[in-house]
Design a protein around this ligand. Structure first.
Ligand code: 4AD
Ligand code: MG
Length: 435
C-alpha cells in the first residue's frame, strides 16, 4: 500500500471527510469505547472535535501494540495512525484502519461508567463528567451563543469592557452579597457590572460585558447559581422602548445563529428548538398580574412575580415575553419611575417559554441627580456608598438604559436542560464549591 509509505497527516476528527479516503492520518485523543472481537479490535476515538471508529486488525500493526489495544482502558489517551476508509457500517460512514497505536496516558477504572449514575455522583465528578459527548455538546452550544452575542454587540456598536468583580456596594440590594475581607476593610463580590457599564457609556456611548456575577442565593432552584455568567449591555440616549427592541433582536439573533451553527450538538442532545423571531409579545406588569390571577395563582398587585406567576404568564406565549413596568417597590433603586404613572418603573423582564422563567432583567435608569439621591434614601441605602455613581448624574448626565442576561438560563432553555448547573463548565451552587 502506497499510503503506508507516505507521512501521516496530523488532523482532528471533525476535519475528516470523504476527501480523506485512502489517506494516512495521525489522530490524538481518548478511548471512548472499545470492542474486541477475535482477530480485530475496535476503538471509538474521541478527540474533542468528534468521534471516529478505529479498526485494529491483528497483523496490521506490531503484535505488542495490538495487545495493548485489546486491554486499553476507557478514557486512556493515545495516538493512532491509520488509513481512512469508507465503511457504511461505521458511524459517520468513515473509519480508520490502524497501522500503529501508541498509549499516551493510561487510564484504569474510570469512575464514570457507561451505566446510569445519580446526578449527585456526576456533579461530584463534574471535572470528568464534562468529557461526555452530551456535556461537550452543551459547552459548544454555550460557546456559540457567546460568540453570536459578541457579533451582535459589535454590529450594534457596543464596546466590550471588563469591570471589577470586587466592589464596595450593592447593585441589586444587600441580601445576596458575598462579603469578603479586603485588606482590613469590607468588600463584596459583585452582583452585576451595571454601574460600571453606566460609567463606561459616558466614554464609549454603548458598552457590554460578559463576566461572572455573584449572588449569595440560598434558594435551591433550577435557575439559580451562586456564580453565573452575566451578559450585560448599557446604552446612552436609549429609552425603555428602544431597549425592548434591542433585547428581542439580541435574543432572536443568538438563538437563530446557535441553531444554525450547532445542529449536530442539538441533535446529540435530542433537542428540537425553534428560534423565536421578533416581535416578541409585550405586556405590562398589570396585565401579567391579571393573567396569573385568572389562572388561580395567589398574587396581588404590588408583589414581585413569583415563579408560579411567571409560569402562568409565559405559558400563554410561544415566544419569550417582555413584561414591563413593575411596581417600584419590587425593583432596585436605580430604575426610572414612569412619568405617566410613578407607581411603576420603566423596567422590563424577559420571560422565556418552557418554564425557563426570567432570562433578562433591564430598563431605563434614573438620570436626574436629585431624583436618584431621593430614591437611594427612600430605599434606606447610604448615599455615601454611591458617590461615584452619583457623579455620572452630576457631569453631563443622559437618559440611558441597559440590561443583564443570565447566560446559563438561556443555554438551559436552548438545550432543553433541567437545571442551570448543567449549562456551565463547573457550577457553583449553595451546596457545591467542589470540584
Ligand atoms: O434581574 P437581575 O438581578 O438584574 C441585574 O442584575 C441588573 N443589574 C442587570 C442590568 O440591568 N445590567 O439579573 C439579570 C439576569 C436575570 O434575568 C437572570 O437571567 C440572571 O441575570 N440571574 C441569574 N442567573 C443564574 N443564577 C442567579 N442566581 C441569577 N441571578 C440573576
Ligand atoms: Mg431580575
Amino acid at each position: 500500500m502506497t499510503a503506508k509509505l507516505s507521512q501521516p497527516v496530523d488532523t482532528r476528527i471533525a476535519k475528516i471527510d470523504s476527501s480523506f479516503e485512502g489517506k494516512l492520518v495521525r489522530l490524538r485523543g481518548w478511548v471512548y469505547k472499545r470492542r474486541d472481537i477475535g482477530g480485530a479490535a475496535f476503538i471509538i476515538l474521541r478527540d474533542g472535535s468528534g468521534l471516529i471508529q478505529v479498526a485494529f486488525k491483528r497483523g496490521s500493526l506490531p503484535p505488542e501494540q495490538y495487545e495493548t489495544v485489546r486491554r486499553v482502558g476507557l478514557e486512556s489517551s493515545c495516538e493512532v495512525t491509520g488509513v481512512v476508509k469508507s465503511d457504511p457500517r461505521a458511524p459517520g460512514g468513515l473509519e480508520v484502519h490502524a497501522v500503529s497505536f501508541r498509549l499516551v496516558g493510561d487510564c484504569k477504572d474510570y469512575p464514570i461508567a457507561k451505566k446510569k449514575h445519580g446526578v449527585e455522583f456526576l456533579l461530584d465528578h463534574r471535572h470528568l463528567w464534562i468529557r461526555s459527548p452530551k456535556v461537550a455538546a452543551v459547552l459548544r452550544v454555550r460557546a456559540e451563543l457567546l460568540k453570536a452575542a459578541r457579533e451582535w454587540f459589535e454590529a450594534h456598536d457596543y464596546i466590550e469592557v471588563t469591570a471589577p468583580s470586587i466592589v464596595t456596594a450593592a447593585v441589586e440590594g444587600g441580601a445576596t452579597l458575598f462579603e469578603l475581607e479586603y485588606f482590613g476593610r469590607k468588600a463584596y463580590l459583585t452582583q452585576s457590572s451595571q454601574f460600571y457599564l453606566e460609567a463606561a457609556i459616558f466614554s464609549l456611548g454603548r458598552a457590554y460585558t460578559i463576566q461572572p456575577s455573584f449572588r449569595a442565593e440560598k434558594s435551591r432552584t433550577r435557575r439559580h447559581l451562586t456564580e453565573f455568567t452575566h451578559m450585560e449591555g448599557e446604552a446612552a440616549f436609549m429609552d425603555l422602548n428602544q431597549l425592548m427592541i434591542e433585547l428581542e433582536d439580541l435574543v432572536s439573533y443568538m438563538c437563530r445563529e446557535v441553531v444554525e451553527r450547532r445542529k449536530r450538538e442539538l441533535e446529540e442532545l435530542g433537542r428540537r428548538f425553534t428560534p423565536p423571531e421578533p416581535p416578541f409579545p409585550r405586556i405590562s406588569y398589570d396585565e401579567a398580574i391579571e393573567i396569573a390571577q385568572s389562572k388561580g395563582v395567589p398574587i396581588e398587585w404590588g408583589e414581585d412575580l413569583s415563579t408560579e406567576s411567571e409560569r402562568a404568564v409565559s405559558s400563554e406565549f410561544e415566544k419569550p415575553v417582555l413584561v414591563h413596568r413593575y411596581p417600584r417597590e419590587v425593583k432596585a433603586f436605580y430604575h426610572k419611575p414612569d412619568p405617566e404613572n410613578p407607581k411603576v418603573v420603566l423596567c422590563t423582564d424577559m420571560l422565556a417559554p418552557e418554564d425557563t422563567g426570567e432570562i433578562i432583567g433591564g430598563g431605563q435608569r434614573i438620570h436626574d441627580y436629585q431624583e436618584l439621591v431621593k430614591r437611594i434614601e427612600e430605599c434606606g441605602l447610604d448615599v455615601e456608598d454611591y458617590e461615584w455613581y452619583l457623579d455620572l448624574r452630576r457631569y453631563g448626565s443622559v437618559p440611558h438604559s441597559g440590561f443583564g442576561l443570565g447566560v446559563e438560563r438561556v443555554v438551559k432553555w436552548i438545550c432543553g436542560l433541567s437545571h442551570v448547573r448543567e449549562a456551565t463548565l463547573i457550577p457553583r451552587t449553595p451546596v457545591r464549591v467542589y470540584p
